[in-house]
Design a protein around this ligand. Structure first.
Ligand code: ATP
Ligand code: MG
Length: 540
């Protein structure tokens, strides 16, 4: 595995060396409102690998402060994805379990004159906030007494007001150049039941209050988050300072990962699933971890990809080809290379005896002998890819079968095409060939050079199979989510019905289909394969 090396590692090294911290404790804080995607994998891998590097630990903390969008099913899905990636959190915590403590801290802020109950509506709060070029206006409720604020906050918690009627706000600076510091809302009223807390609470803390406090309560040393939180850091530090927490965590931001031809945002994923354009969060075309898993991608490939693409202080868009490359590299030596034919064309070897099937030796992976060898069938009746045959050689680069040409069949003999049979519609249905017995693979025959090597599957022992091939969901390279419904690729899922070598297949087994790509068994009853990735880049 590639080594983890980035600016956060350097920060941790220094913090340990100069005694600022004596151990590393990180956390991964997903909001349980959708499935994790490959972008989250950057945060996940970074948190877990960095902590591991220094003998530290990582908590999984569900950031469940918004009951309106969150759901317990997402909690389970996220846990499953993390386990699949091979990470074991030191603890699994829920932000909502800290609500009582968070309320205590809010009361402390009120007592210190640093928080007040405000009656402005959400629209008015936005209006009073001002803009980047104009300072905000102070709320008329800003100078309520501590006693009044304590009572009103108590009443908020008792459920005496409607949603939006009152908020608890920090009293910081309405003229701050940082909009986040202009008296940000700390608590709001929500009556939607919470997936974990039920109706226990009707006030919910905002992320900017809840997150630093959760980090402090857990003793997180380095709170890593993506770049959009950079200008929230002054507020993070304000909360830690003013709440006088015993432990002082620090927030460090890193650049988000984007992929070409891929949109990574929960809103987009939700909309795709909701629209029925994909078959759920684990649709093999989805950039979710569940989707990638379903497509057959290994956790090792994902980790390697994340580590190889590194980490910087700016957002980056990585070529989706890099992910494919990591997948190929991971599977290259791990899986058997077998033969499948997606769009079969029948071959009849006219000089081969009827009713005979011979079994030829086939090495499973010529780059990894440890995977051993197997026997493959050969007879008078074979299938090859329709694409591997042409009536006439179209150009000098064509290295496949054509009338009058001879090719080598993988692990088998040279065959030469002599004639074809058409159906009533003019489609080729059979190709008549002759084989040369002396040319068996491994015998060192070198009197003639064939016009390339192609795959085949013996017809009488072949197993029928369906092949699912996937193309990017988004046609263009742009990684942003603008009008994505119009940018969807109408041909992102392509189905072939063909044949595969007659052998045992178990759901989840992975193979390379020679000259095609890597596949996983999706269904072993009605045999079906998902293409994980093609052997060659399919991006233009
Ligand atoms: P999205 O922006 O995709 O809707 P989010 O950031 O709201 O997702 P969270 O559940 O809050 O999703 O994310 C959990 C963690 O993963 C956060 O620390 C967040 O910064 C990080 N993260 C999310 N997307 C990416 C990404 N594309 N690259 C790097 N880190 C990410
Ligand atoms: Mg978020």
């Amino acid at each position: 595995m590639a080594e983890i090396n980035n600016f956060i590692k350097t920060i941790m090294e220094n913090d340990l060396a100069n005694g600022k911290v004596d151990k590393i404790l990180t956390r991964f804080p997903p909001e349980p409102n959708a499935y994790l995607h490959i972008g989250h994998a950057r945060a996940l891998v970074t948190n877990f690998e960095l902590a591991k590097l220094f003998g530290g630990k990582t908590n999984l903390r569900f950031d469940d402060t918004n009951p309106e969008t969150e759901d317990a099913s997402f909690v389970e899905a996220i846990k499953e994805d993390i386990a699949w990636l091979g990470y074991k959190p030191a603890n699994v915590f829920f932000g909502s379990d800290y609500f009582d403590k968070t309320i205590d801290y809010a009361i402390l802020l009120i007592k210190k004159g640093l928080a007040y109950v405000c009656d402005l509506s959400p629209e008015e709060i936005a209006e009073y906030r001002g803009s980047l070029t104009t300072p905000g206006k102070e709320s008329p409720y800003r100078n309520r007494s501590v006693e009044e604020n304590l009572e009103l906050f108590e009443n908020m918690r008792k459920g005496m007001y409607r949603e939006g009627e009152k908020t608890l706000r920090a009293k910081i600076d309405m003229a701050s150049p940082n909009m986040n510091m202009r008296d940000p809302v700390l608590f709001r009223i929500i009556y939607t039941p919470h997936h974990r807390q039920g109706t226990k609470y009707c006030v919910y803390p905002m992320y900017d209050l809840a997150h630093p406090l959760q980090d402090a309560i857990e003793g997180i040393t380095h709170s890593l988050c993506s770049l959009e939180y950079e200008n929230h850091r002054p507020l993070y530090d304000w909360v830690i300072e003013k709440c006088e927490t015993e432990h002082k965590p620090q927030q460090i931001e890193f650049g988000r990962l984007n992929l070409t031809n891929t949109i990574l945002s929960k809103r987009y994923l939700k909309e795709l699933v909701g629209s029925g354009k994909v078959k759920g969060y684990d649709d093999p075309r989805m950039p979710t971890l569940a989707g990638l898993r379903r497509r057959g991608v290994t956790p090792e490939a994902i980790k390697e990809f994340i580590l190889e693409t590194g980490l910087s202080k700016t957002n980056s868009t990585v070529d989706a080809e890099m992910l494919d490359h990591a997948i190929r590299e991971d599977l290259k030596l791990k899986v058997k290379r077998i033969m499948a034919v997606k769009d079969p064309l029948k071959i009849v070897i006219t000089n081969y005896p009827e009713n005979k099937v011979e079994y030829l030796n086939a090495i499973n992976n010529n780059e990894n002998e440890q995977l051993g060898s197997r026997k493959i069938a050969f007879s008078k009746y074979l299938y090859i890819e329709r694409d591997d045959f042409a009536i006439k050689k179209p150009n000098k680069h064509y290295k496949r079968l054509a009338l009058g040409l001879e090719v080598r069949l993988f692990h088998a003999y040279f065959i030469k095409a002599n004639d074809v049979k058409y159906d009533e519609n003019g489609n080729i249905v059979e190709v008549y060939c002759t084989y040369d017995e002396r040319t068996l693979s491994g015998t060192g025959f070198n009197e003639r050079k064939p016009n390339g090597t192609i795959g085949f599957v013996e017809a009488t022992t072949a197993k029928k199979a369906r092949f699912n091939l996937f193309e990017p969901l988004i046609l263009d390279e742009k990684a942003d989510a603008s009008n994505f419904m119009e940018r969807l690729n109408p041909n992102s899922w392509i189905i072939f019905d063909g044949v595969v070598e007659g052998q045992e297949f178990k759901k989840g087994d992975r193979f390379q289909f020679i000259r095609d790509g890597y596949y996983i068994v999706e269904n072993d009853e009605n045999l079906e394969f998902n293409r994980i990735v093609s052997l060659k880049s399919s991006y233009k």
